[in-house]
Design a protein around this ligand. Structure first.
Ligand SMILES: Nc1ncnc2c1ncn2[C@@H]1O[C@H](COP(=O)(O)OP(=O)(O)OP(=O)(O)O)[C@@H](O)[C@H]1O
Ligand SMILES: [Mg+2]
Length: 381
């Protein structure tokens, strides 16, 4: 018994486009699948864009799916590229037309006031805003490793690097590829199971972002609307330090956002972090928990040294009446992993700090999961 063309197509249906995470058959990328009498499977796949960075991955997946079928001796795989019209159709099918919603939401600066999918009541995505009162406390490191830990737990995870002037997530996550653009829809690069968008993909290496406020709003709006996030379970936002403009507009774009404050153990940092919490209160977003970073350093003698003092995280948590979700030690490998795009949670899952990130991820995902509120006034009819 040898397979028919229909059976080839069925065998290819589970093959997903690596960026779109959808079946290549359902996406209309499979253009031909025929078995010749000599046992060669002739397959034609239309790539979304020319020079598709994941062409090799698609090749492996397609060949893997049909190579072992009865009667298939060889696979002759050819590629073509979608036309502009096909790309537009695909974008509309997957993502609609976010630009057409201009004027429906809050407009700031150059932003158009588009509808933000994460602000819809039915959105299943939990936006986690990782913030702090001052810089350098480890916000981006926490965002990156927490995102990886959530992905390891099986959740779909996106990261928005909202620190426009001081972006660092692409380097920390190790996503050096540019986003693929399909007719105004951006596909976020993915690494360690985490998708990410950052201004870092759009400015030349080493150049500073010199935009003024109005442009920042536009960029953030596009990060939330033009990117094909595909309803992830979590959208982590690496907030810029402090309580500025970006924080304010993000809180309006993400009214269902949950704020997590990163702080270091010394009481001075705790005071600044309290400012960030006050900001969250002002814009009506709940602080859900505190994460203390750089809590101690374990020396070669096995002793814990509290280089930055102790107790700041707990103090802030008590002040705000929210839980201290975890304490992260100072470890050289965490910094090195951040510099090389190899997050410690991904590459050293057995380490003390990776375990701490997993525990925090579990608390957020399970214990702090918002309960559904059933209102007796709301009836489905
Ligand atoms: N627990 C830790 N152990 C060792 N190094 C750490 C730890 N946390 C953060 N670092 C390092 O400290 C530096 C600052 O951390 P990070 O960039 O995450 O902070 P940030 O709050 O995002 O800073 P910024 O305000 O500049 O955005 C980085 O080099 C990072 O690798
Ligand atoms: Mg940062």
């Amino acid at each position: 018994m040898t397979v028919t063309s229909d059976q080839l197509v069925e065998a290819l249906r589970p093959v997903e486009d690596p960026e779109l995470h959808r079946s290549i058959v359902d996406l209309g990328m499979l253009r031909r699948a025929e078995l010749a009498s000599d046992g060669t499977a002739h397959i034609l796949v239309a790539l979304t864009v020319a020079g598709c960075p994941l062409r090799n991955e698609i090749t492996n997946r397609v060949k893997g799916a049909v190579a072992d079928l009865d009667g298939v001796r060889d696979v002759a795989l050819e590629f073509t590229v979608m036309t502009d019209q096909e790309r537009e159709d695909l974008r509309i099918k997957l993502h609609g037309s976010p630009g057409a919603t201009a004027g429906q939401g809050q407009a700031h600066g150059h932003a158009e006031g588009r509808a933000i999918p994460f602000s819809e009541p039915g959105s299943k995505t939990r936006p986690l805003l990782i913030s702090s009162g001052k810089g350098g406390v480890g916000k981006s490191s926490v965002t990156t490793n927490l995102a990886v830990a959530l992905a390891q737990a099986g959740y779909s995870v996106g990261v928005v690097d909202a620190d426009i002037y001081g972006y660092s997530i692409p380097r920390m996550l190790g996503t050096d590829r540019q986003p693929t653009v399909i007719d105004q829809m951006l596909l976020p690069p993915e690494q360690w199971g985490v998708r990410c968008i950052s201004i870092g993909y759009f400015v030349p290496e080493g150049e500073a972002v010199i935009w003024r406020g109005p442009m920042l709003h536009k960029a953030l709006e596009q990060f939330l609307t033009d990117v094909f996030w595909d309803e992830p379970d979590f959208l982590l936002v690496d907030m810029p330090p402090g309580t500025g403009d970006i924080a304010l507009s993000l809180s309006q774009y993400l009214p269902r956002g949950e704020v997590y404050v990163v702080t270091t153990p010394q009481p001075a940092a705790q005071k600044v972090a309290a400012l960030s919490a006050a900001m969250a209160a002002k814009v009506n977003l709940p602080v859900k928990g505190i994460i203390e970073n750089m809590s101690w350093f374990t020396g070669d003698d096995g002793k814990r040294y509290e280089l930055f003092g102790a107790g700041g995280g707990q103090l802030l948590a008590d002040d705000l009446g929210v839980p201290l979700l975890g304490q992260l030690p100072l470890v050289t490998a965490l910094r090195e992993g951040g510099d090389d795009g190899r997050p410690i949670t991904a590459v050293a899952p057995d380490s003390e700090v990776a375990a701490a990130f997993r525990a925090i991820a579990h608390t957020i995902a399970v214990d702090l999961k918002p309960r559904k509120i059933f209102s007796p006034q709301l009836k489905v009819i």
